[in-house]
Write a protein that binds this ligand. Structure first.
Ligand code: ADP
Ligand code: MG
Length: 996
């Protein structure tokens, strides 16, 4: 697939198609399917009948993923090779293109953020391209045991404005809107690419971190969405993974391989057509879709091989320029929905994607960087950032973090302290330089010792060389090469050691030379500074002296002027004192006048008061008299009305008595009449009783008469008829006789009953009348008693009223007397009052006289006191001014003395500073000496030392023999001069052998 052989021709952009399954809504609404995918043939067919017309189109792509394809399938078939390329050092880009809701985000990010990774690091099945790619990268790099770094960026492009989705949360939330205003700018990176300035690069250490980042990005996208009314369907998001892998070349150079994977979730493709439709909503719509439109135009231009490709027209195409017709490997995943209502968009997506297939890129591996270049680049980056910080600071004046400000503040303080300390240090340095000079001299001496030693060593060396020549001659004669060779080895090592010593000695000499020249310059500097400081000190002293002189002058002048002023002011004070004395006296007089006025007015007031009091007493008297007349008349009225009352009451009692007598007469009459009436009733009752007895007797006699008459008649009738009617008539007669008898009995009984009834009634009548008579008598007796009682009561009441009236009259008389007494006492009080008032007035006027006398005397004493006091004050002022004059003249004397002292001080100081300067000059010019070269120091040389091999080649004899022979021929004494160990100094002519 990578097709390296086609490199020159270019590689087509790989275009995949993914069709999502029906969503639940679409399934519910039974939406017909219009897209069919044939994964194996890599074909997508769209078929639909519209208004009887059958549309049937087939598109072929590099890969086709139908609704059944899982995230894993897509990834393994399409993305794994791309990620491998990235790991090989290519830059690769994957675009997700399609209508909103067709699964772009699902494909790129997946829906697994919340679930996180499964057990043992497995990704959830819903994970999209981004997490899987990161996982693959880490897996591969870990298995290669490579040293690597993985960085990711995540940005959003909305309305031609770039937002960092990984920017730290707290900044982004608070200043989100502000941040929206100052967007991250795009900058040329100087290598033909662009970069986003200020974009947060997050280093990822493990694959699981990617979920946190994705979640963070999405969360930020969501907040931005709600805050700014964005729609995610209108924004593009770009997730970039940059990998640096360390590689070692066979030569041991360290190289850095770099690969980058861009994963782009584009805005919904429907936005292209819509923006075209709504031209009215110019800017917003235009800006939002500018990137998408420009992407389309860029693809067009690339496919049709137009000369100008409008990369620069939008930020998206600028950012991803290299992915479109550049050196990047590019893959486009077009997503579509199978449902009919998306048909139009689906067709346009398919067209778009099909067209993009023709874009050719020329992928190139990123050049591997040397580690050092990378570091250099990083330094460049640091410089750039520094410059940026500087620029930012310039814009708003000083702009540094608070902590740094405090830190610098404290550093500044520390520096001030340091400066002080340095002043102290200078002194110690002065001392130190003295020491150094001494040390330097010692070192110079040491140096000359060392060079003499060195020349001795060199002499020794020459000797050794000569000895070596001799030894060699001896060796050629003798056949003890082995022993000699060994000795030569030893000798060689000695020689090397000596040479090293020699070299180190030379180095030491060099160092010392340097040290002494450094010391010289230090001393020179110090001398210059010292003389400068002395001069400045002198200047300081002289200016201070002149200042002090000026001060003294001033003090003197001030003393004089003070005296003048004082004199004047004392004169004025005296004048003011006498003036104030006069004023005081005049004031006292004025006060006395006021007192007099006051006195006159108070006397007048008192007189007025007393006259008022007498007049008021008079008026009270008059008033009381007039009132007394009135009161007497009122009392008279009262008395007369009381006596009329008395008369009336007596009259009333008399009348009452008469009426009472009349009424009791009338009552007597009534009672007599009543008694007569009752007696008559009793008489009537008796006559009725008699009548009843008489009537009863008559009735009885009548009945008996009738009975006798009837019996006689019946006897005659019976005798006549007895004969006729014997039986019948006798019966009948019998019966008739019985009937008449019965009838007569009844009549008798009735008469007796009547009589009894009448008797009863008469008796009851009698009893009732007697009762009534008795009762009436009782009543009349009672009434008589009552009348008597009432008469007694009214007589008593009359008496009481009489007495009360008498009391009233006597009360009125006493009240009148009391009134007259009151009147008299009031009159008396008024008189007393007036007399007291007069007394008081007299007293007051006397006390006023007394006051007047006191005021006079006080005035005289006050005047005397004032005169005395002002005299005293004047005396005191004179004495004080004498004292002041004396002290001022003392001050002036002191000033003169001080000026003299200053003069002597100045002379002393200039003498001393001159002495210091002379001393310094003498020290530095005459006493302090530099080392002067004698020219005898030998020059450094590099003598050749024989190699071990050549010596070894001479080895032939056993060691012991050689050693014995050597020791026989060589005594130790001859090597006294050298410091080397005698046993190591051979005497053989090997040097010559080596040189051959
Ligand atoms: P877009 O990329 O346009 O923003 P989304 O990725 O948000 O679209 O997808 C829209 C909805 O469709 C989501 O709920 C997602 O779960 C679902 N979806 C998209 N593609 C698939 C797919 N291949 N399989 C299952 N569900 C999918
Ligand atoms: Mg989306």
């Amino acid at each position: 697939m990578s097709g390296r052989h086609e490199k020159d021709k270019g590689v087509n952009v790989q275009v995949l198609l993914r069709c999502r399954p029906f969503s639940e809504d679409e399934l519910r609404s039974n939406a017909p399917q219009v897209v069919t995918c044939n994964d194996y043939q890599r074909e997508v067919a769209v078929s639909q009948n519209i208004a009887g017309k059958h549309i049937d189109r087939v598109f072929t792509f590099d890969k086709v993923f139908g609704p059944l394809a899982q995230q894993k399938d897509l990834y393994e078939q399409a993305v794994v090779p791309i990620v491998n390329e990235v790991l090989e050092g290519f830059n690769c880009t994957i675009f997700a293109y399609g209508q909103t809701g067709t699964g772009k985000t699902y494909t790129m990010e997946g829906e697994c953020k919340r679930s996180k990774s499964g057990p043992n690091g497995e990704l959830p099945s819903e994970a999209g391209v981004i997490p899987r790619a990161v996982q693959q990268i880490f897996d591969t790099l870990e298995s290669q045991n490579a040293e690597y770094s993985v960085k990711v960026t995540f940005l959003e492009l909305y309305n031609e404005e770039i937002t960092d989705l990984l920017a730290p949360e707290e900044i982004s939330r608070i200043a989100l809107e502000e941040k929206q205003k100052k967007q991250l700018p795009l900058m040329e990176d100087g290598k033909g690419g662009v970069l986003v300035r200020g974009l947060e690069e997050e280093i990822v250490a493990s694959a699981t971190e990617i979920f946190t980042l994705l979640e963070r990005g999405s969360a930020k996208r969501r907040t931005a969405e709600t805050l700014l009314n964005k729609q995610s369907s209108r924004s593009h998001s770009l997730f970039s993974i940059t990998i640096h892998i360390k590689e070692a070349t066979p030569e041991g150079e360290e190289l850095i391989k770099c690969g980058k994977l861009n994963l782009v979730d584009l805005a919904g493709s429907e936005n292209i057509s819509r923006s075209g439709a709504r031209e009215g909503r110019a800017r917003e719509a235009g800006e939002i879709n500018k990137s998408l439109l420009t992407l389309g135009r860029v693809i067009n231009a690339l496919v049709e091989h137009l000369g100008h490709i409008p990369y620069r027209d939008s930020k998206l195409t600028r950012l991803l320029r290299d992915s479109l017709g550049g050196r990047t490997k590019t893959c486009i995943i077009a997503t579509v929905s199978p449902a009919v209502h998306c048909l139009e968009e689906t067709l346009s997506t398919l067209d778009y994607a099909h067209r993009a297939k023709n874009i050719k890129n020329k992928p190139e591996v990123n050049q591997k960087m040397m580690k050092s270049t990378l570091i250099k680049d990083l330094y460049g980056e640091i410089e750039r950032l520094k410059a940026e910080v500087y620029a930012t600071r310039e814009k708003n004046g000083v702009y540094i973090p608070k902590e740094r400000y405090y830190q610098e503040e404290s550093e500044r303080k520390a520096m001030a302290d340091q400066i002080e300390q340095m002043g102290v240090l200078i002194e110690t340095h002065q001392k130190q330089s003295e020491e150094w000079r001494e040390r330097h001299e010692a070192q110079v001496r040491q140096c000359s010792d060392l060079s003499s030693k060195l020349s001795a060593t060199e002499k020794n060396l020459n000797q050794t060389i000569k000895l070596l020549t001799c030894t060699e001659e001896e060796l050629t004669k003798c056949r003890y090469e082995n022993a000699l060779a060994h000795q030569a080895c030893v000798l060689r090592s000695d020689l090397e050691k000596a040479l090293q010593d020699n070299a180190s000695l030379f180095q030491k000499i060099g160092r010392e030379d340097k040290l002494s020249s450094d010391n010289r310059s230090v001393v020179n500097n110090f001398r210059g500074q010292l003389s400068q400081q002395i001069v400045s000190l002198c200047n300081l002293v002289s200016t201070s002296i002149s200042q002090q002189n000026e001060h003294l002058q001033c003090v003197q002048e001030l003393g004089h002027s003070f005296l003048d002023v004082h004199h004047k002011s004392i004169k004025e004070l005296k004048k003011k004192l006498s003036a104030s004395r006069a004023v005081y006296v005049s004031h006292i007089e004025a006060m006395q006048n006021v007192v007099r006025l006051h006195k006159a007015s108070s006397i007048a007031g008192l007189e007025e008061i007393s006259s008022l009091a007498s007049s008021s007493t008079q008026s009270i008297k008059d008033y009381l008299e007039s009132e007394a007349g009135q009161a007497a008349s009122i009392f008279d009225d009262l008395q007369s009305s009381l006596s009329t009352h008395q008369g009336e009451v007596a009259l009333f009692a008399r009348e009452m008595r008469q009426r009472f007598l009349v009424s009791s007469e009338k009552r007597k009459e009534v009672s007599e009449y009543m008694n007569g009436f009752l007696d008559k009733i009793l008489e009537q009752c008796k006559s009725l009783e008699n009548h009843a007895v008489h009537a009863d007797a008559i009735q009885m006699k009548n009945i008996n008469d009738f009975q006798e008459a009837y019996e006689e008649q019946s006897k005659s009738n019976a005798e006549k008829l007895v004969a006729d009617i014997n039986n019948l008539v006798s019966n009948h007669l019998q019966r008739q006789k019985e009937l008449v008898d019965a009838r007569l009995v009844d009549l008798r009984e009735t008469a007796t009953g009547n009589k009894a009834f009448l008797d009863v009634h008469v008796t009851s009548m009698e009893s009732v009348s007697t009762d009534a008579k008795r009762k009436w008598q009782e009543f009349s007796m009672q009434a008589d008693d009552d009348a008597k009682d009432i008469a007694d009561y009214s007589a008593a009441k009359h008496c009481r009223l009489e007495s009360l009236l008498q009391q009233c009259v006597s009360n009125a008389g006493s009240a009148f007397e009391h009134w007259q007494k009151t009147h008299d006492s009031v009159n008396k009080m008024g008189k007393n009052h007036v007399s007291e008032l007069e007394l008081l007035t007299r007293n007051v006027s006397e006390s006023i006289e007394q006051h007047d006398a006191e005021v006079d005397s006080a005035r005289v004493t006050a005047e005397q006191d004032v005169a005395k006091n002002s005299e005293d004050i004047l005396k005191r002022i004179d004495s004080v001014s004498d004292v002041e004059r004396g002290s001022v003249s003392k001050i002036l004397d002191a000033v003169k003395a001080h000026a003299n002292v200053l003069e002597t001080f100045r002379e002393d100081h200039s003498g001393k500073s001159a002495a210091i300067e002379d001393r310094a000059q003498e020290t530095f010019e005459q006493r302090y000496m530099d080392y002067e070269s004698t020219g005898t120091t030998p020059v450094r040389s590099e003598p050749d030392v024989p190699s071990k091999g050549t010596i070894e080649s001479l080895r032939a004899m056993p060691m012991e023999n050689l050693l014995e022979e050597f020791r026989e021929n060589n005594s130790y004494e001859s090597m006294e001069v050298k410091e080397l160990k005698p046993s190591l100094i051979p005497r053989s002519p090997l040097a010559q052998l080596n040189q051959q």
